[in-house]
Design a protein around this ligand. Structure first.
Ligand SMILES: Nc1nc2c(c(=O)[nH]1)N[C@@H](CN(C=O)c1ccc(C(=O)N[C@@H](CCC(=O)O)C(=O)O)cc1)CN2
Length: 293
């Protein structure tokens, strides 16, 4: 079994980005600039956004964090997004998800300038991704593709089973895996909450990607011998033995599944860190006007 080391891969990607940014600056160019909007005080969301800001500093980007109380109105949020759309000093904009229930996330994503949508969630970028036009790929699926690529894992003709159909991970990764690219060219099955006999599907997977947020849902008897297993889950579960009172759990029962796999991602240290590096990569591409002129 080979561990897919997301932390090490993420560090390598960030070093590559930092070198490119240093070069841009040395040639008199400006640093890429990411603006991040956070609403509310959810512990996980605050950690992720703070880590994004720290990662920006590490690679030499500029960043702006805009933090609203949970009570912010949708109108206020939309007005801020429109203001940033017009701000030529900002290359990339993200709104951390999930948003509070009183805010319509689709309206928020649609009002964003798709040229600055470095999360790749705007319908224009989603559509471009589907038909193979230049687009920002959503960071987590992009990270999964990067991991498969860097570890040279064969995907062509393989059966890839994706568990979960979210717009952030499950749906886009299933599209990317089915496309005629490397990694890709896989035969893809998407499973979700209404799938009957989930195990009968997951057991057929050469590549199993799980993104449901249900700790330890995938047990050893649900995985084929020699499968590649990508665990996207990062749920905080109470744990009194830890100083912070919780620990992170993936969707896969790693301790019992790992020995059956050819490759597997750990949690933490698997797909999560790549999400941040691929966001940086998209922001760099935005600054270079590489995706949309
Ligand atoms: N606007 C967005 N919102 C959300 C996205 C996204 O891509 N854009 N994805 C997730 C959360 N997410 C990034 O925002 C994210 C999740 C996990 C990690 C990560 O590094 N996880 C570490 C553990 C970190 C910890 O201690 O909690 C790991 O798995 O090793 C980074 C980013 C939903 N919202």
């Amino acid at each position: 079994m080979i561990l897919l080391d997301g932390k090490k891969t993420s560090e390598a990607i960030q070093s590559e980005i930092a070198a490119e940014v240093a070069q841009i600056k040395a040639e008199g160019g400006k640093a890429p600039h990411l603006a991040a909007i956070l609403v509310g005080n959810d512990g996980g969301s605050m950690t992720y956004v703070n880590n994004k800001v720290l990662a920006c500093e590490r690679v030499g980007f500029e960043s702006t964090l805009i933090h609203y109380d949970t009570e912010v109105t949708e109108e206020e949020l939309l007005a801020k997004i429109k203001e940033i759309n017009q701000d030529d000093t900002v290359d990339g904009l993200i709104v951390q998800l999930p948003l509070p229930k009183h805010i319509n996330a689709n309206r928020v994503l649609e009002v964003m300038d798709y040229k600055k949508d470095v999360d790749g969630f705007h319908p224009v970028n989603v559509g471009h991704m589907v038909v193979g036009l230049p687009s920002y790929l959503p960071a987590t699926p992009y990270g999964i593709m990067e991991l498969l690529d860097r570890y040279k894992i064969e995907t062509k003709g393989k059966h890839c089973v994706v568990v979960g159909r979210s717009n952030i991970v499950g749906l886009p990764v299933s599209i990317l895996m089915s496309k005629c690219t490397f990694p890709g060219d896989a035969t893809v099955t998407i499973c979700h909450r209404h799938t009957v006999d989930l195990a009968s599907h997951t057991r057929q997977a050469d590549i199993l990607i799980v993104a449901v947020g249900q700790p330890l849902m995938i047990k050893a008897d649900m995985v084929k011998e020699g499968a590649v297993v990508i665990d996207v889950g990062t749920t905080r579960v109470p744990d009194a033995t830890r100083e912070r009172g919780w620990r992170l759990r993936g969707d896969v029962d790693f301790d019992n599944v790992a020995s059956k796999c050819s490759y597997i991602t750990p949690v933490p240290g698997g797909v999560g860190p790549l999400t941040i590096s691929m966001l940086l990569k998209n922001t760099l591409r935005a600054a270079k006007k590489e995706v949309h002129a």
